[in-house]
Design a protein around this ligand. Structure first.
Ligand SMILES: [Zn+2]
Ligand SMILES: [Zn+2]
Length: 150
C-alpha cells in the first residue's frame, strides 16, 4: 500500500517501483515494471499529489489474438484533504490504482491498424494476405447485380 510522506508547508518527492500486487494488494496480471514518481505539495488548504505512473502492459490483442506489449505513461494530479494525512502520511493506493485502470483503452490492440485474423481461415493478416475471398457483399449491391442479370 503506497503511502507518501507529506512536508508541511512544502513539497516532498516520492518514488515507488513495485509489482501491482505489492502496490495494490492484488495482482493485475497485465502490468509489469511499474514505476511511480511524483511529489506531494502542501498548498495551504489541501495537499496536491501529482506525478506519473510508468508501466509495461502485456496483453492479448483483441483483433489478432497475439501477445503484445506496450509501454504506458499515466499522469495524475489529485487534491487530498489535509485530514486524510495520518501521521503526515497519505495513502495513495486508490488514486494510483484508479489512474492506472482508467487510463486503459476500450480495445487492446497490438497496433492501431492491426488487420486482425481472416474470418475464413484464421490467418494473422498482419503477417500477409492469406488469399481468401473476404469481401462482404452489400445486399443492396447484390440486388443490383441480380437486376443486371435479367
Ligand atoms: Zn493485433
Ligand atoms: Zn484466409
Amino acid at each position: 500500500m503506497p503511502k507518501v510522506q507529506t512536508a508541511r508547508g512544502g513539497k516532498a518527492p516520492f518514488e515507488f517501483s513495485a509489482t501491482a500486487e505489492k502496490l495494490f494488494g492484488e495482482a493485475l496480471d497485465d502490468f509489469t515494471d511499474i514505476k511511480i514518481v511524483g511529489e506531494v505539495e502542501d498548498v495551504g488548504r489541501c495537499y496536491v499529489v501529482r506525478g506519473q505512473i510508468e508501466c509495461k502492459k502485456i496483453f492479448i490483442c483483441d483483433r489478432c489474438l497475439t501477445q503484445a506489449t506496450e509501454n504506458q505513461v499515466h499522469e495524475f494530479a489529485e487534491e487530498f484533504d489535509k485530514a486524510d494525512a495520518i501521521d503526515d502520511l497519505l495513502d495513495v493506493t486508490e488514486l494510483l490504482r484508479d489512474e492506472l485502470l482508467a487510463g486503459q483503452p476500450m480495445k487492446n490492440l497490438c497496433k492501431t491498424d492491426c488487420k486482425g485474423l481472416c474470418p475464413k481461415c484464421g490467418a494473422n493478416l498482419n503477417e500477409g494476405e492469406c488469399g481468401c475471398e473476404r469481401f462482404i457483399v452489400d445486399p443492396r449491391l447484390a440486388a443490383l447485380e441480380d437486376l443486371k442479370l435479367d
